[in-house]
Design a protein around this ligand. Structure first.
Ligand code: M6R
Length: 606
């Protein structure tokens, strides 16, 4: 949700800033802008490609800041594009987050004679810094005094025309990472744009600023105490943040599925003992033996992964589970005791609602675990223990490979907790072996996508879809519908197949197709009845099934087959045809698959 980037060094800043923005583009594309102290600023509504068209032939300077906007306050137009400036055009700020007390600050600043030109909350920051600079001209102190007076969230890059050899980063509730290179340093919302320059990074904590020159960096708290922090190495390779010959990140990331599952499982299964070995849970293993309830929290796709986890954990570990979206959990009065744990699922590790749910649980002294993909992210750092997905960076706004890794991690957690309890050795071995078999099975699904592509083409004229599934594949119906909505803008609804007759069936006619996940498992016969109900209302159906279900499903639907696996693991395979269907549908409509309108990859505001 908004991307910030900053550079200070010896090289020409312009191409570095533009490259940085391009790698961050999944964070927002309402507007883009840069500021280079020696040359000035260029901004444009829309994505980075619009900004590129406006760049003058030459812009000199060896430092600068840049921004991609996902609009919150103010329309996504030229005036509201960041970086924002003070009255004199000397202080420039690129900001991700929301300044909650901006109206009150603005009123005071206007009385002092400051002139505002945008509708954004961010602009108050530039004028406040300007105001404090009037006292003694100390840039760092002016930033610190400003930040002490604001309420809200920010990840920020700040530049001051009079000190072009310096940029300042600040963080409160929105991610900021600084990259440490040779004679150059970087600021970014996440490591992906830094990776091509250096792997050495430091993640800022809330309430910290980093003052950066080309050969130096100092981190301070808002009390102006210096902080010493270890440098971390980014694990990801550069190839992981590039398309690698694929037309879109979404397709590349779907195709990475088998490798992603292998990476999530790597070194974590003891087949003969039927155990999962989870290093990230070692410190809390004993505590986990006695827990009696799990609350899973996530948003969007991560929430749906949690719903699958609920089926897994209740069936195989015998632990009662509740799943809730972060935005609801944080405003309820959840009843939790010391036998309850909270499990947060998040690809980015930065989702504001999920993070607040964790903080609320911690305030109540509840043990918090995370299933997080981004190492170094806030959720990874703030949870007490957890499992990293190891899915690699996910760039496409629509979450695909991260979902597979979340489900795989949940299966590992189920095995881990189940074997601490009543799960037998035989069952443990069986789950472990079936997990290991998954990558090969998924390769079969991905080996030939032409048929799914042809289905996407055939159905691309329809404006409404119903997705149905039961039990483990009920959340997959929800996730399939979400994928279609977010990348094609077509209306899709997911529902438990048994719920159809309680309302959604009324919508079905020959113009309202359905996608059914109908695998030959414990609910197969029920699914067939539901498909028949749709058929009887002239509804067209696409069904995902196993080879051995073709006989029953074939006469009723366009059938996509996936290899058979354990019922509990079936969502890891069944979701992939639905991801591909959404992908090809969006391509067929000529849409910007990786950056759907109105969305951003990492939702760091409420
Ligand atoms: O980074 P997170 O996993 O916490 O993100 C949660 C949701 O914002 C995310 O899954 C979103 O729903 C995706 N765009 C879905 O494809």
């Amino acid at each position: 949700m908004c991307g910030i980037f900053g550079y200070v060094g010896k090289r020409n800043a312009l191409p570095i800033l533009i490259d940085g923005l391009t790698s961050l583009e999944y964070r927002g594309y309402d507007s883009a802008g840069i500021y280079i102290p020696e040359s000035g600023s260029v901004k444009s509504p829309g994505p980075v490609k619009n900004l590129r068209l406006k760049l003058p032939k030459k812009m000199k300077g060896t430092s600068g800041i840049a921004h991609l906007r996902w609009a919150t306050h103010g329309k996504p137009n030229q005036i509201n594009a960041h970086p924002h400036k003070d009255c004199k055009g000397e202080v420039w700020v690129a900001h991700n987050g929301i300044i909650e007390n901006y109206q009150e600050l603005k009123t005071k600043l206007v009385k002092l004679g400051h002139k505002f030109i945008s509708e954004t909350d961010t602009e108050v920051l530039t004028h406040l810094i300007e105001q404090y600079l009037k006292k003694d001209g100390d840039f760092e102190k002016a930033v610190i005094k400003t930040l002490r007076g604001v309420r809200g969230t920010y990840g920020m890059a700040i530049s001051y025309r009079k000190e072009p050899g310096k940029i300042i980063a600040a963080r409160m509730g929105a991610p900021v990472v600084i990259g440490l290179g040779e004679n150059e340093n970087f600021i970014a919302s996440d490591p992906s744009p830094i990776l091509r320059h250096t792997k050495r990074v430091i993640y800022l904590n809330d309430g910290e600023i980093a003052v950066m020159g080309s050969d130096s960096y100092n981190i301070y708290t808002l009390d102006y105490n210096e902080v010493k922090r270890d440098v971390e190495m980014i694990e990801w390779g550069l190839d992981q943040v590039q398309k690698g010959g694929f037309p879109h990140f979404m397709l590349k990331e779907i195709m990475e599925g088998p490798e992603v599952i292998k990476n999530t499982l790597r070194g974590r299964l003891l087949i003969s003992e039927g155990l999962a070995k989870l290093g990230g849970l070692e410190a809390v293993t004993e505590k986990l033996r006695s827990i009696q309830r799990i609350i899973i929290v996530g948003c969007g796709t991560a929430y749906y992964a949690g719903l699958v986890g609920e089926y897994m954990l209740e069936e195989y570990a015998g632990i009662p589970v509740e799943v809730e979206v972060g935005s609801e959990f944080r405003y309820r009065k959840p009843v939790m005791d010391d036998k309850t744990i909270l499990l947060a699922i998040s690809q980015s590790g930065e989702t504001a609602d999920t993070l607040e749910a964790i903080r609320e649980a911690k305030r109540k002294n509840i043990l918090t675990l995370g299933i997080v993909n981004t190492v170094g992210s806030t959720i990874a750092r703030e949870t007490d223990a957890g499992i990293f997905n190891h899915a690699g960076p996910e760039i496409g706004v629509a979450s695909t490979k991260a979902f597979l890794s979340q489900l795989t991690a949940l299966a590992l957690l189920t095995l881990f907790l189940g074997r601490q309890r009543q799960m037998s050795l035989v069952t443990g071995r069986r789950i472990a072996q079936k997990l290991l078999d998954l990558p090969q099975k998924l390769e079969k699904v991905l080996a030939d996508t032409k048929y799914i592509k042809s289905l996407a083409k055939k159905y691309s004229k329809y404006k409404n879809f119903l997705y149905i599934g039961r039990k483990y594949n009920y959340p997959i119906a929800l996730e399939g519908a979400l994928k279609l909505k977010e990348v094609t803008y077509v209306h899709a609804e997911g529902c438990g197949a048994g719920e159809m007759k309680h309302g959604p069936l009324a919508m079905i006619d020959e113009n309202f197709p359905s996608l059914a996940i109908a695998l030959k498992d414990s609910v197969f016969e029920k699914m067939i009845s539901n498909i028949q109900e749709i058929k009887a209302r002239k509804g067209k159906i696409i069904a995902v099934t196993y080879e051995d279900g073709k006989k029953e499903v074939g006469p009723l639907a366009d059938v996509v087959c996936i290899p058979k696996t354990l019922e509990m693991l079936s969502p890891i395979l069944s979701v992939v045809p639905l991801q591909l269907f959404a992908y090809y549908f969006a391509v067929e409509k000529g849409l910007n698959v990786d950056q759907p309108r109105n969305l951003a990859k990492s939702v760091t505001v409420e």
